[in-house]
Design a protein around this ligand. Structure first.
Ligand code: H2U
Ligand code: ZN
Length: 348
């Protein structure tokens, strides 16, 4: 037994510079708290009341095209608008505010209301990746946009407002906090070591193998050494790619493959529609080279022990720092153990 699997310790997140507290001895404590409802994947292929299904009316009265495959539109309740001018400033001593222009988009992965990434084929996910690339490039090319954040909230437990497979894209004038932290750490590492932080980290993880979940020729899915959420993962390209625009065709397909396999493993873990927030971190679009930036996806799933018991980020996590019980190594082993055939497709 080493320090890492028996005694309380802190691990450093190399991407953000923040620490996470790990308490491996605590996993056997009893649970009498909230129980999440288990959701069964028994949705219809088309839901006449869904505002994302083809041909249906959205909340603002506009009608979706009778689309097949991917479909993107401007968010009707956008958190950011292009009207806000970046010049507007409030600076009164300790009161500092800056207006924030931007764009918000919604992107449906499929016309099918009942699908999820885990239930789509690689051929069906390919156009989703192409749309992520196009949206990134088109929005990133706008003068006022310096960062493009793509994210998916999946499941009611993560606040998704609708089960129809979709993600959101928020393109901002400012680089948001999480991306700033990772940017600073990645460029400092490059300056200090002359190599990329995530290239070096990935090489180390591949050597040790204990936190790898699955891989293919171009991508690796792993539980980061510093993971906060019980089954948190990161997906990294093996080549040093900064953003979607650098993905070669075979890499895009390999990305579809790994996203499909990882989300199937997630669903199989507790035989449920596994909830998560996931998204991509990529090079800012402010025109600077950002040579240290290594493109990656983060999956932040809340479930802890079953389809009904989730982790809460409260108490010490809110006031002190994130804490976890199950170790990243144990979580990776659990994710490795489960099948890559979706439980709903199993014949026996
Ligand atoms: P979430 O499920 O992650 O909340 O994403 C759904 C988004 O869809 C949400 O941001 C938008 C909401 O503003 N939306 C529309 O743009 N039009 C609608 O008719 C309803 C929801
Ligand atoms: Zn729908």
């Amino acid at each position: 037994m080493s320090l890492l699997d028996s005694a309380s310790h802190r691990r450093l997140n190399q991407l953000t510079g923040e620490w996470v507290l790990v308490s491996p001895h605590r996993t056997s404590r009893p649970w009498q708290g909230q129980v999440e409802k288990v959701r069964h994947a028994d949705r219809p292929r088309y839901d006449p009341t869904c505002y994302l299904c083809p041909g249906n009316e959205r909340a603002n009265g506009e009608r979706n095209q009778p689309y097949k495959g991917v479909f993107a539109f401007d968010n009707d309740f956008a958190a950011l608008t292009s009207q806000a001018s970046a010049q507007n400033v409030v600076h009164d001593g300790l009161l500092v505010a800056l207006s924030e222009p931007g764009r918000c988009r919604v992107l449906c992965f499929s016309e099918r209301h009942d699908l999820t990434l885990s239930r789509m084929s690689v051929a069906e996910i390919d156009p989703v990746i192409e749309a992520w690339r196009e949206e990134t490039m088109r929005l990133g090319a706008l003068d006022m946009i310096n960062y493009v954040q793509i994210f998916e909230n999946r499941g009611a437990a993560m606040g998704a407002s609708n089960p129809h497979p979709h993600c959101q894209i928020w393109a901002t004038h400012s680089i948001p906090n999480e991306a700033v932290k990772e940017s600073i750490r990645q460029s400092a590492y490059l300056e200090r070591n002359g190599s990329c932080l995530l290239c070096d980290y990935l090489a180390l993880e591949l050597r040790r193998a204990e936190r790898i979940v699955c891989r293919n020729d171009h991508f690796v899915a792993l539980v980061p050494f510093w993971a906060i959420w019980p089954f948190e993962t990161m997906v990294l390209p093996t080549r040093h790619i900064g953003a979607f625009d650098e993905l070669a065709a075979e890499e895009a397909s390999a990305f579809a493959d790994i996203l499909r396999r990882l989300t199937i493993r997630y669903d199989n873990l507790f035989e449920t529609d596994f909830p998560y927030s996931m998204g991509f971190h990529q090079r800012p679009t402010d025109g600077a080279p950002h040579a240290g930036w290594h493109f990656h996806a983060h999956f932040y799933p809340p479930l802890l022990r079953s389809a009904s018991v989730r982790k809460f980020m409260v108490g010490f996590e809110m006031l002190g720092e994130p804490q976890r019980d199950i170790t990243p190594e144990a979580a990776a082993a659990r994710l490795r153990e489960v099948s890559e055939i979706h439980y709903l497709d199993r014949t026996v």
